[in-house]
Write a protein of this length. Structure first.
Length: 433
């Protein structure tokens, strides 16, 4: 049964991956056709074609390797200065440029002279290239908000999930009391599992963040108003100073960082609670911010990733994960001993995170990514506007093909990084269970 559920989870994630890729390419396809650019191919995947069908002037199909997709547009790059596309050179860099230029004019047919990508105004090219990543962003936001507002998140509440028997500094990372450890203030006050704390020192508390902050700010006597068995009871506690986990500005616990603060000694009960629209948007904003920070931090994580892949190093929880690793996590989700609705929510959040990563990564201003073509179109617009202001001749289209040597370097680095992540995902995967 475990193997069956794992395979099911992998298949579900694979389907979500294929849909995300197809959705991305649909953004490029629809806007390209909107602006009259001829698109000979729309493909999901790479390698040998499994299925294809021609509709109108475009061939739609699925290929064997589900690691990406593409649409092929006529005239992605302008012709050379001599107007010819078949010119060759012995220079390897010049060869890259000419190969890219020739590929851009494949399947050129009579009448296509007015349907070439590079002949469209820069703002139209920006829209075509941005439409793909934007579709991933739309999908990520729709999934995230939908699940957040209907299912929700695991949220700490003011209900007591368990009472600490003694005082242990959180930095010690142990759960067992030792002789000589003082009794925790919560136990001494008579706090019990299932009690709901509704007021602290006479002031009402409705959420865990508020209660936690008031506890941390208090050292000495305090009163707790709790609901127990349908009745309210007031308890007297004497909070002490302890070494506890430090929190950031958003109230999130910071790993392996500690502060001295007031300590009561109980664990908050966790419940799944749907969020309102405003709170969901705020969470989505946090997710987007974390995604940007993760993209920026990718180079710094390569050494640890190498150690995890080849030297038996520990795989960090925030380590980069590839398609194989994400599919493996999908298999783990299906094996978790949680209700089916929790599994569905986790799979959807995984898919939302994948789409958000696709958006952020593709927006990097580097060829061959969509962001590289966007940067080229924007630079062309700046050059042409500058020429008009200075009353100089129109410099014409910016030849993005000249940046192909850089594109090959970027693609090479990306392939190396992908292979490194693949090895790490196979030999030392990130686990959620």
């Amino acid at each position: 049964m475990t193997i069956l559920l794992t395979v099911l989870g992998i298949l579900v994630f694979a389907f979500g991956l294929l849909f995300s890729i197809a959705w991305h390419e649909l953004g490029h396809l629809s806007t390209a056709k909107l602006f009259g650019i001829r698109v000979p191919q729309y493909m999901v995947g790479f390698g040998p074609t499994i299925f294809s069908r021609r509709k109108g002037e475009t061939e739609y199909g699925i290929k064997a390797i589900p690691l990406g997709g593409y649409i092929r547009m006529i005239g992605m790059f302008p012709p050379g200065a001599d107007g010819r596309i078949e010119a060759r050179s012995t220079s390897p860099f010049r060869g890259m440029i000419e190969d890219a230029r020739s590929a851009a004019f494949e399947e050129l047919q009579p009448g296509d002279e007015t349907r070439l990508f590079y002949t469209r105004k820069p703002w139209k090219r920006v829209i075509v290239m941005f439409a793909g990543p934007f579709m991933n962003l739309i999908l990520a936001v729709a999934i995230f908000l939908g699940v957040s507002m209907s299912f929700g998140f695991a949220t700490q509440t003011t209900t007591v999930g368990g009472v600490q028997q003694c005082v242990i500094a959180q930095s010690e990372k142990r759960d067992t009391c030792r002789p000589g450890d003082p009794v925790s203030p919560a136990k001494a006050a008579g706090l019990q599992e299932g009690d709901k704390i509704v007021a602290f020192n006479g002031a009402p508390v409705d959420d865990w963040a508020t209660l936690s902050e008031r506890i941390r700010q208090t050292i000495g006597p305090a009163t707790l108003t709790v609901e127990r068995d349908g009745a309210r009871t007031q308890l007297e506690a004497n909070l002490i100073e302890n070494r506890v986990a430090k929190k950031d500005a958003d109230g999130e616990v910071m790993k392996d960082q500690w502060v001295r603060a007031g300590y009561l000694g109980f664990a908050a009960q966790t419940e799944i609670q749907p969020l309102g629209f405003v709170d969901s948007v705020g969470r989505m904003g946090d997710m987007l911010e974390n995604g940007v920070e993760s993209i920026i931090a990718l180079p710094s994580k390569v050494p640890a990733l190498w150690d995890a892949a080849f030297d038996g190093g520990e795989r960090a929880d925030d380590s980069p994960v590839g398609v194989v690793g994400a599919a493996r996590i999908g298999g783990e989700v299906m094996n978790l001993d949680v209700p089916a609705q929790n599994q569905i929510a986790m799979m959807l959040f995984l898919l939302a995170g994948f789409n958000l990563s696709l958006f952020l990564f593709n927006m990097l201003p580097l060829l061959p990514l969509d962001g590289g073509h966007i940067a080229g179109a924007l630079w062309e617009s700046v050059r042409r506007r500058g020429a008009r202001l200075l009353r100089r001749p129109d410099p014409g289209p910016f030849d993005v093909a000249k940046l192909m040597p850089v594109a090959y370097v970027v693609a090479g680095l990306f392939i190396c990084f992908t292979l490194l992540v693949l090895v790490a995902d196979l030999v030392n995967p990130v686990r959620i269970s």
